[in-house]
Design a protein around this ligand. Structure first.
Ligand code: ZN
Ligand code: ZN
Length: 278
């Protein structure tokens, strides 16, 4: 297990990589570009190379995250085009940084219905991946099911991946908070969740875990992260992920709320304790 956290790239990627080391993180996540915008970003190859070399030297695993405002299921032609262009660019940036995966949120059908939304999402993924030859996988993240978000369940995510023309270019990122808020797991049903991940083949393509507690109760369909052990999921339930061999090879990324990234150093230590049953 490679325990780490989300880190800002405001001061460049190489700086973010050394910050990860400073925090005691064995993995980290960065946004490919401003998460609330889609402005194309000029990639600084020198910075990318320095950061990548640093990660390789220290055995740090990187996950990239694409901006939130794309929509893989949008019925609007203009947003559809922007989504495709933007995510293609994100994959190029993620690849240059040496990321094993680039996380994208599942589509929102915005009133067109789930069937339309899933079909459109598959169509969009095909267009994004048609001529993509990189090794960084595009990672579908499960959602909390806010509004018209798709991709709440393990089965649905697996079906979407299988329905595309390029399943080999797609992996998964599992967010513990989203899954709890979507009503798909609790401490009691953890075993059944892992079983479903195995049966559907989801686990074979799971590349990263977003490790968050939830401010909101089970099945409340809202995406509100909380620090580990301070939320509705609780540390006993979350620790199950850290102690199960099924996830032992994966990067575990904290996206919990902090005022200062230095707070992650403590939380990472806490996760190491939890993983050992302390
Ligand atoms: Zn997440
Ligand atoms: Zn979230």
């Amino acid at each position: 297990m490679k325990i780490g956290c989300h880190i800002s790239v405001a001061k460049g990627f190489a700086k973010a990589a050394s910050k990860a080391k400073e925090l005691g993180a064995e993995s980290f996540q960065v946004f490919t570009k401003n998460p609330r915008g889609l402005k194309p970003k000029k990639l600084d190859m020198g910075d990318a190379d320095r950061g990548k070399a640093f990660c390789e030297e220290h055995g740090i695993v990187l996950i990239a995250h694409t901006p939130y405002i794309t929509n893989l299921s949008t019925p609007k032609e203009d947003l559809h085009e922007v989504t495709i262009r933007s995510i293609k660019e994100d994959l190029t940036i993620a690849e240059a940084y040496g990321a094993v995966g680039a996380v994208v949120h599942c589509g929102k059908h915005v009133g067109e219905g789930e069937e339309y939304g899933r079909k459109r999402m598959v169509e969009t993924l095909n267009l994004i991946l048609a001529d993509y030859r990189g090794t960084t996988k595009l990672l579908l993240e499960n959602t909390a099911g806010q509004g018209s978000e798709l991709g709440l369940t393990i089965r649905e995510l697996t079906e979407i991946r299988n329905a595309t023309n390029y399943p080999e270019k797609i992996g998964f990122c599992f967010d513990t908070c989203h899954a709890f808020a979507a009503g798909i797991w609790t401490e009691e049903s953890f075993g059944a969740l892992v079983e479903e991940m195995k049966e559907t083949g989801y686990l074979d393509h799971l590349v990263a875990i977003h490790f968050n507690d939830s401010k909101v109760p089970f099945n409340s369909r809202k995406d509100r992260h909380e620090k580990i052990g301070k939320g509705e999921i609780g540390s006993d339930a979350l620790a199950l992920f850290l102690r199960d061999d099924a996830f032992a090879h994966l990067p575990i990324i904290l996206e919990t709320p902090v005022d200062d990234e230095m707070e992650y150093a403590e939380e990472i230590k806490y996760l190491h304790q939890l993983s050992q049953g302390a």
